[in-house]
Design a protein around this ligand. Sequence first.
Ligand code: SIN
Length: 274
Amino acid sequence: MEIKKLTGNIGAEVLGVDLSKKLSEQSISDIRQALLDNLVIFFRDQTLTPEQQIEFAELFGEISKSPVYKTLDSHPKIMPVIKEITDKDIIGDTWHTDETFQATPPLGSILYAREIPPLGGDTLFANLYLAYERLSPELKNRLEGLRAIHSNDFLSTNAQIRNSTRSTKLREDIGKIHSSHPVVRTHEETGRKLLFVNQPFTFCFDGMTRDESLPLLQYLYQQSSKPELTCRFRWQPGSMAFWDNRCTMHYAINDYPGYRREMHRITIQGQVPA
Ligand code: SIN
């Protein structure tokens, strides 16, 4: 197995591994380490059935079903992420960390490319450790101990309207889900601190109004999506991305009008952020 870094700050391709075959304990441990070291890892030219993608994901934890999006009837552990040629909109085209409105947001997500447009449709990933580390000592002090309320309002309010322009469907029977998380999170495996807020799901600082919170939150969003903290992945059919959802954000680029894209996403259960 060879690990080829995409940038000095985030992202690496894992070469020389066939995920349709049974992986040795050493390979599983190397993949886990590559994820911790690089925050998001990419595999190329994989030919996987839905069952094989599920088996791979289960090597890293229990699968969590999306509470807000519809999943495949045939494989409820898989969430289809689809843009049809006539669709105007997609999901994920804002910088975000998956499902932070949950009390236990996912540890990671595994996205497998089944059909890719001939151009565009890349995904960007950002490093939230660096987003924190680059703040001034004064601001770090101010954020230490603060908590933020995360909510699914952004997705579930107007679910019907959102569903009318996108093929990745939100469930329309979902109420409010909200949770409070530390703004400065400590990654449970690496022990590193990171900035744990994201624009669509962080509603306000705990104990403050949204209006009071927004100026500082906007500044933090700006800092955490600076180009030098990011990498950009160009998909091909059979590519797979595995991101550590505890310390990254991602952004799906909607720049392929008239083309189809079909991905299968699986999320792995995480812990209560601390
Ligand atoms: C997502 O936000 O999970 C979707 C990412 C993508 O479609 O590239």
